[in-house]
Design a protein around this ligand. Sequence first.
Ligand SMILES: [Zn+2]
Length: 221
Amino acid sequence: MTTLTEEIRACPVCEARFRVQAVHSCGSHGADSDFKPHYWGVDPLENYVHSCIECGFSGYHQDFLDGVTETVIRKIRKFLSPRTRDLHRANAPFFKYEFMALIYEWEDRNSLEVGDSFLKASWVARTRSNREKERLYQREAVRRFEEALEIGECEEQETRAIVSYLVGDLHRRLNRRRRAETWFHRSREEYDLLGPRGEEEYAWLGDQIRRQLEAPADLID
Ligand SMILES: [Zn+2]
């Protein structure tokens, strides 16, 4: 079950201090085909990332501690501060992840990290039944994941296999059938390059790739 705990955050941009509900514990059982976990009880995703409603700064707990550079602060003030209204919308907690993804991009973090933030934004949008935002964030995420593979950011063979699969599944969810199929085949090739380790440690991935090629489904069994 998800349990939350009250914590204080201090904004590294405008120094506002505010209370947040942070995740204390949670557990999951199974997942959607793009790895969105099925949690026991309340979905904790909305409480991992917090935003400063004064200026728009958003991030995980560690991001609040790490601080931001002057260049990024200027961008936050220019592009996010005028949008803090979005953060007040009760049914739209995905904006926190969107703002964080933009900040990560301005910080020149790697494409995997930026892609992961957009992916999680799309998960939150799905939980909130906002199909339009879900698709928008999926498009942003898949672009970053393809880029990560292209520029060699995924150093481990298993990461290449998993991210290629995820690219395939995001295209599938965006109704780009041909591209999805191409990427599932590519993930199959990356998976095969794992050799015996594939069957030993990542049998679930082999099964999942096969399944999405033969009879695609939105859930991982
Ligand atoms: Zn702030």
